[in-house]
Design a binder for this molecule. Structure first.
Ligand code: NBP
Length: 479
């Protein structure tokens, strides 16, 4: 077999197959391989006309088909299958070769794999890929980690197959060493959860409080999509809401069971945020809202609990309320991204990744699920001040959120009065109010901790740690 392929893809389910086709359509010769060879044959038969594919059935043939240094993309189910593939291929590779894991791996696994393969001189490039099957085929957002050297060999190819932002720049860039790419992809998915939850809350408020039909709400979302909320998720929300079920003639959204599922990356984002001590309350509420929706028994047992029934507003009031919901949604979205970028900054510090936050915003502008006009603004904020401590410290975001806050509060008052849950909006506002507070009740918490556990506290008026003798004469001692 001649070593002619510039890149190889193993794992040819929906993502791998489409990524391989994307490379081929962009003029690269692609070696393809899958554990079950029938998938490889099917790909070459069905899409062979799209470009140059080298179909291979054994690991040896696959590796032999690649030019050196070898670039081997793994698109298999994350977890043990990825380790199985590495065990199979690593012994066949040579120093300088690259294994690119495009699956949704946990960044801690990526760090382990990178360390193990580095000993063999193999570059392990943990790479986040976002955009689903359509993105994999036509241009995803790609978040590669790993060594700088591997990016030099891979980057130009990734840049070619990636999505392009409106200004033409590729939606990929070297994120940072070892697990940085998968970490950023994880937070991307966490933000995606939060975005989806906020949109869902906006929908429910427009439906139950304003009294709009799904078709009318689709129109409202279409209008919002022409403004500052312009994004893929708002766009597809309008499509889903406008869809009518063929079997019943009912709005599609009314015939779908209201139990949201999840695959795990949102949960990871929250777990890791807890480890890093980063408050990502909006993302956490989104994960919890999905999990609550799935507890059907609990919901059935609680349906009769006391509380108001929402009473829809009149037409004129409804339109004004919809404008307020737009403000609340936008303000809450700013908070979600603030929290997500804080988590990336904290991960970057903890693992010495030196992640450029503006660049992350930049490569999310196209291809991925959270692509939005808004990301250009985030990029501009970090470009203006790379050390921005929080997105809320950016003048223009601070101004916008300040302008939105009256409506944001009004929406939450209406939601609370009418008994419509809006945990994402509420968590975002609580985060905003907590950050801007002069004093937090954390002082009282410290007092309680000192009382029962002698955990000590610091004072506002002088340096040092102190403990009050609560069980004695309540005098204060230096700790
Ligand atoms: P799946 O996650 O469904 O994985 C199926 C592939 O894994 C098949 O090629 C299968 O081979 C292979 N595989 C398995 Br399962 N166990 C294996 C093993 N022990 N050794 C070798 N190969 C094995 O595919 P997908 O939905 O295309 O996703 C691929 C990756 O991309 C996943 O990590 C996923 O999380 C990630 N991702 C998916 C999306 C999306 O929208 N679907 C988006 C972004 C990232 P077989 O054909 O022989 O069974």
């Amino acid at each position: 077999m001649s070593a002619a392929a510039q890149i190889g893809v193993t794992g040819l389910a929906v993502m791998g197959r489409n990524l391989a086709r994307n490379f081929a359509r962009n003029g690269y010769t692609v070696a393809v391989h899958n554990r079950t060879a029938a998938r490889t044959r099917a790909l070459v038969e069905e899409f062979g006309h799209e470009g140059e594919f080298v179909g291979t059935e054994s690991a040896e043939d696959f590796v032999a088909a690649l030019e050196r240094p070898r670039r081997l993309v793994v698109m298999v189910k994350a977890g043990e299958p990825t380790d199985a593939v590495i065990r199979e291929f690593a012994p066949l590779l040579e120093p300088g070769d690259m294994i690119v894991d495009g699956g949704n791996a946990h960044f801690a696994d990526t760090r382990r794999r990178e360390r193990e393969l580095r000993e063999q001189g193999i570059h392990f490039v943990g790479t986040g890929v976002s955009g689903g099957e359509e993105g994999a085929l036509n241009g995803p957002s790609i978040m590669p980690g790993g060594s700088k050297e591997s990016y030099e060999a891979l980057g130009p190819m990734l840049e070619k197959i990636s999505a392009k932002a409106a200004d033409g720049s590729p939606c990929t860039a070297h994120i940072g060493p070892d697990g940085a790419g998968h970490f950023v992809k994880m937070v991307h998915n966490g933000i995606e959860y939060a975005d989806m939850q906020l949109i869902a809350e906006a929908y429910q408020l427009l439906r139950d409080v304003a009294g709009y039909s799904p078709a009318e709400i689709a129109d409202i979302f279409r209008t919002w999509n022409t403004g500052r909320l312009d994004s893929y998720l708002i766009d597809i929300t309008a499509e889903v809401l406008a869809h009518v079920d063929a079997a019943t003639g009912e709005p599609f959204v009314d015939v779908v069971q209201d139990q949201a599922e999840q695959k795990g990356t949102g949960r990871w984002t929250v777990q890791i945020a807890l480890d890093l001590g980063v408050p990502v309350s909006g993302i956490a509420e989104a994960v919890f809202a999905r999990s609550l929706s799935g507890h059907q028994d609990l919901r059935d047992a609680s349906r009769g609990l006391a509380g108001p029934k929402a009473e829809p507003l009149g037409k004129a009031e409804a339109a004004a309320f919809a404008d307020q919901v737009e403000q609340a949604l936008y303000a809450s979205k700013i908070v979600s991204y603030t929290q997500g970028f804080h988590e990336i900054a904290a991960g970057s510090d903890a693992y010495d990744w030196d992640i450029d936050l503006g660049r992350v915003a930049s490569i999310w502008r196209g291809g991925c699920i959270i692509r939005a006009a808004f990301l250009d603004r985030i990029r501009a904020a970090y470009d203006a001040r790379a050390e921005l401590p929080s997105l809320l410290a950016d003048e223009s975001f601070a101004r916008e959120i300040g302008e939105a806050q009256d409506d944001w509060r009004a929406v939450l008052v209406a939601a609370t009065r009418q008994g419509v849950p809006a945990p994402g909006f509420a968590a975002a506002l609580a985060y905003y109010d907590a950050l801007r507070a002069d004093r937090l009740p954390a002082a009282l918490t410290q007092g309680q901790r000192d009382y029962f556990g002698a955990h000590t506290y610091r004072r506002t008026d002088r340096e040092g740690s102190f403990h009050t003798l609560w069980g004695g004469d309540r005098s204060e001692v230096s700790a």
